[in-house]
Design a protein. Structure first.
Lengths: 250, 299
């Protein structure tokens, strides 16, 4: 999570308008759903990977780390799509060509779709998502909450880590029974400290005129029509190539 | 004599549960001063500061702003907090927004300023604390010292008349302290009244023009820095030691003459020491820092 966040803030395209990244990536995601997947999905996956790494300058390693967890789930789940289980005549388990096809299509589609999301989260800081969220009708309170949680997660994470290190230094995790006890104590402590922190945060906010609404300036992002056009051009290119290749092969 | 800008009279406060934090405290803050509230840890300094902007309401006694008793209704509190800005000790308790610029924009927007005016205030406040380059950074990616300065900028952007800081130098390295004091000095010169709590006698001695000696829920004595910190008996009662610079000066036999103020900066005391040791006064150039370790025979 921290690695993703770091790249989102520091990549070459961090300062771009979110629409320049969101519209092309969203369109590519739709392409993987509606166009022939076997040709389109790999093209989407490849183009998103190249754009993320060579365009935005996110290291390959980070890109790989984001995709590896969902890919693992996919590979673990796909075999179950390939086989079918039938109880009408007792117990019947068999591998069908239909099932294999389904498993393959689902896997490439999901991977391609994941690559679009990976591109977005690796290149766009969280704060840039808030204006679009408000635009599509998410209530202001929810957006405030997202930002507040986002900020406090890091404070909480740091406290949890120091607490854990302090316990480890006093051999709190030496045996299983001690570990369970230590973890319980840590959780209880973090809960109390979070409540105290919430109280102090309220004092700090009140000192700055808080009246129940966390209003802050939205980041200033200028939409570049040129960049958006190039992005959508890429979508068109991937879409046509995917469809043409699919027609040729069928 | 004009009335103080902000004053506390006979302030008493007990926490829910009965622990008494303030026991009849008097304090007065004059316009344009640098006032240190000096006392050991856990003596109730933070509680006092929370009274100065109306966060806590005293059980007895009163606070007067411009010689008028303050009110605790919503409107009055808002007016009060426009004039008295409070910076908490722990920046993570204060910074809530995801980016530095957004966090600093919070106060000005609450004042009802437009987006353009707010942007101006944000830039100005960040520049005053010398952190303008951090405007677009994620808050959680900052160092402790940077967070501290951003937290101050967030209050400063509201242009308060009085800036109240709880232990502003706590947790900062010597370089960070120098940096922060430099920025605060500029604010002071621009007319902001500064009130800060500290347990650091050296800091109060070097930097405040008035000291309120705080002990056991009371102000034992409020007065000019040299006078208060020169009173050993008083300091002892507050469980504090006299500042080292003052002790060195006294050991050298200087500063006894009350007409001649004792030197309060590290470099001035070092110069005095060199003079007494018979070394040439123009030695190594001394950089104007506070608590900064230096090499050389006198370090």
């Amino acid at each position: 999570m921290r690695a993703i966040d770091h790249h989102a803030w520091t990549n070459r395209w961090a300062g771009w308008h979110p629409a320049e990244k969101g519209l092309p990536a969203g369109s590519l995601l739709l392409l993987t759903l509606f166009l022939p997947p076997l040709t389109t999905a790999p093209l989407v996956l490849a183009s998103m990977a190249l754009v993320t790494v060579y365009g935005a300058g996110v290291p390959w390693r980070a890109w790989f780390d984001v995709l590896v967890a969902p890919a693992g789930f996919l590979l673990a789940g796909a075999p179950f799509l390939a086989v079918s289980l039938d109880f009408t005549h007792g117990f019947d388990l068999h591998l069908s060509s239909e099932g294999l096809w389904l498993a393959l299509i689902t896997t490439v589609r999901a991977l391609a779709a994941m690559s679009c999301l990976a591109f977005l989260i690796l290149t766009t800081p969280v704060t840039d998502w808030m204006a679009p969220l408000r635009r599509v009708g998410v209530p202001a309170g929810v957006v405030e909450l997202i930002l507040l949680i986002y900020r406090l997660v890091f404070v909480f994470f740091e406290r949890a880590l120091t607490g854990y290190q302090a316990q480890t230094a006093r051999l709190g995790y030496l045996r299983v029974d001690r570990s369970i006890r230590s973890l319980g104590l840590l959780a209880g402590n973090l809960f109390q400290r979070s409540l105290a922190q919430a109280h102090r945060l309220e004092i700090g906010l009140a000192a700055r005129g808080y009246t129940g609404e966390l209003r802050v300036l939205a980041p200033e992002r200028v939409l570049s029509r040129m960049r958006l056009a190039v992005g959508l051009g890429l979508v068109g290119l991937v879409g046509t190539t995917g469809s043409l290749l699919a027609r040729e092969w069928s | 004599m004009t009335a103080p800008l902000l004053a506390a009279h006979g302030l008493e406060y007990a926490y829910p549960g009965g622990i008494i934090a303030l026991r009849g405290l008097d304090l007065s803050i004059e316009r344009g001063q640098k006032l240190a509230i000096l006392g050991p840890n856990g003596s109730g300094k933070t509680t006092l500061l929370l009274h100065l902007n109306g966060t806590c309401k005293p059980t007895h006694g009163e606070i007067r702003l411009d010689d008028q008793p303050v009110q605790y209704d919503h409107r009055a509190l808002n007016q009060w907090r426009r004039r008295v800005g409070l910076v908490l000790q722990e920046p993570d308790d204060q910074l809530f927004a995801a980016t530095v610029g957004q966090d600093v924009s919070f106060g000005p927007l609450n004042l009802g300023l437009s987006a353009a005016e707010t942007r101006e205030r944000v830039t100005e406040a960040l520049a005053a604390l010398r952190v303008a380059h951090l405007a677009d950074r994620a808050t959680h990616a900052l160092s402790f010292g940077q967070k501290k300065r951003v937290a101050i900028a967030g209050v400063l952007a509201m242009r308060p008349e009085i800036l109240v800081l709880d232990e502003p130098t706590a947790g900062l390295d010597p370089h960070g302290v120098t940096h922060l004091l430099g920025a605060l000095q500029q604010l002071h010169e621009a007319g902001t009244t500064l009130v800060f709590s500290t347990h650091d006698v050296e800091l109060a001695y070097a930097w405040a023009d008035q000291v309120a000696l705080f002990h056991d829920g009371r102000v034992l004595c409020q007065g000019g820095t040299a006078a208060v910190l020169g009173d050993r008996e008083l300091l002892h009662r507050a469980r504090l030691r006299p500042p080292l610079l003052l002790q060195v000066t006294e050991a050298l036999g200087a500063g006894q003459d009350r007409s001649q103020p004792a030197p309060r900066s590290r470099e001035a005391v070092l110069a005095l020491l060199r003079e007494r040791l018979g070394e040439p006064a123009s030695g190594v150039p001394v950089e104007p820092t506070l608590g900064h370790p230096r090499s050389g025979p006198l370090a």
